[in-house]
Ligand binder design. Sequence first.
Ligand code: GRF
Length: 183
Amino acid sequence: AKVAVLISGRGSNMQALAAHAGAAYRIVVVASDKPEAPGLDWAVQAGLPTFALSPKGIGKQAYESALDAALRAAGAEWIALAGYMRLLSDEFVARWRGRIVNIHPSLLPKYKGLDTHARAIAAGDAEAGCSVHLVTEELDGGKVLGQARVPILPGDTPDALAARVLAEEHRLYPAVLADMVRR
Ligand code: GRF
């Protein structure tokens, strides 16, 4: 399957997805809403086609139609969000319905949105984790396709927990994506 990866930042999940590309899926384009995203440099070095465009100055609609056109021109069949920090519009989600997945650093349905690790620690949870889910119009609200769990340890900081969860993200995301696109 042909997959577009959308990033906004460092792109470690993109790298994990790229490392596991093969029979199940290939990355046909890496797109970013932040032209300065460090992950884009990595993608260029890795020889992956890239598309960078900021919505600033052109507006969300123009931005999303250019993004949509770039993904289709690349032949993308699926979209994998990997630290993409912008909400996709209902129209965009509808155009790609059932074909957009995301990785979120919590055990959904717990802790949708930001600051998931600090919230899990503050709540006194015994464990945390990450979820790969289908993207719908509701933020972090689509069907959960797979999860991985880690313990929350005494004295954990949000950064320490984030690192423990991130290692699991890098294992979970490629596996769930490969499984998803094979069906
Ligand atoms: C990850 O923790 C991911 O779960 C969340 O944003 C972070 C992105 O990290 N959606 P990276 O850019 O993949 O390194």
